[in-house]
Design a protein. Structure first.
Length: 310
């Protein structure tokens, strides 16, 4: 930083002074910014950070959620890793999330290609396809529960499709399919919007040049569209998988974790444990689940760092 002094009468002296790098002034923070930030920090700390820290501490105790408790070390964590019901919940949650994220991204990507093509009414079609994202998950679950329990069996009976004449929600081997379908139906719109933005960001001249070189539709899709939207695909895969791990309302509305415990997710097992007196035990489960979410978030940040997609 250079300082120039002026003598009386407006004459300027050539003397300059440079501040050392270590003494350079930091940008001044506007007090108004702090005034708006402080309430948010206080509320976030009281509503999120403090309860989370208390929950982690209580996971090392025998607390039932109230009253006295004593510290029991890693007993709850050891029990979580050896509990077949908890392990089943993790297997279902991870498997369901992997299948759903693949279905959602495949369908959303193909729809984005179709809705950015030169077709009539594509703006109206985009509006129709994004409607599911504004409807509550529990409402969607109850509507589809009626369809799976009544409409689909009736249609299957008419068409003579014996395996579907009974509600698939009552079949331990098929209930997960219904959950994937409904979850995908709600999640596709938000993923679709990101893919539409990605496809529209590709210059049209690239496709024109490819056409002049004789590249067909599939060749352009594989050699141009997919590589140039790779950042969007990566972001959707990671964010989608992380979101599906937390699935709760749709599963509750469709199967409530049944039949038996075949569709019980990790989130459901945690909430049910809170009501069943296993507070500290399920807090240990929640802490493990939190660590998994943090790891996925770190992977997401590293994978999307420097990407120009968004």
């Amino acid at each position: 930083m250079t300082l120039t002094t002026k003598a009386d009468g407006g004459r300027t002296h050539g003397r300059t002074t440079s501040l050392p790098a270590g003494r350079r002034r930091r940008p001044r923070i506007d007090p108004l910014f702090l005034a708006f930030l402080l309430p948010t920090l206080v509320l976030f700390t009281l509503a999120i950070t403090l309860p989370a820290v208390m929950g982690i501490v209580l996971s090392f105790t025998n607390s039932v959620g109230f009253g006295e408790f004593r510290f029991i070390g890693l007993t709850n964590y050891v029990a979580v890793f050896s509990d077949p019901a908890i392990l089943q919940a993790y297997l279902f949650t991870i498997g369901f999330s992997l299948v759903t994220v693949l279905v959602v991204n495949a369908v959303a990507f193909l729809l984005a290609i179709a809705l950015t093509a030169k077709v009539r009414g594509k703006i109206a079609l985009r509006a129709v396809f994004v409607l599911p994202m504004v409807i509550s998950g529990i409402v969607i679950a109850y509507v589809f529960s009626f369809l799976f329990a009544n409409s689909l069996p009736a249609l299957a009976t008419t068409l003579g499709i014996t395996p579907l004449e009974q509600s698939i929600l009552a079949d331990p081997d098929l209930a997960w399919i219904a959950i994937v379908v409904v979850t995908a139906w709600q999640a596709i719109p938000s993923t679709l919007l990101i893919y539409i933005a990605g496809v529209l960001s590709i210059p049209g001249e690239v496709y024109e040049a490819a056409s002049l070189d004789g590249a067909g539709g599939w060749r352009q899709l594989l050699s141009i569209t997919v590589p140039l939207t790779a950042g969007y695909i990566l972001i959707n895969l990671i964010i989608g998988f992380k979101n599906f791990l937390n699935s709760y309302d749709i599963i509750v509305g469709l199967t409530d974790g049944g039949p038996g415990t075949s569709t019980t997710s990790v989130a459901m097992s945690i909430f049910k444990g809170f009501n069943g007196g296993d507070y500290a035990y399920q807090m240990a489960n929640a802490t493990i689940f939190f660590v998994i979410a943090v790891v996925i978030a770190v992977i997401q940040l590293r994978a999307t760092r420097g990407k120009a997609a968004l």
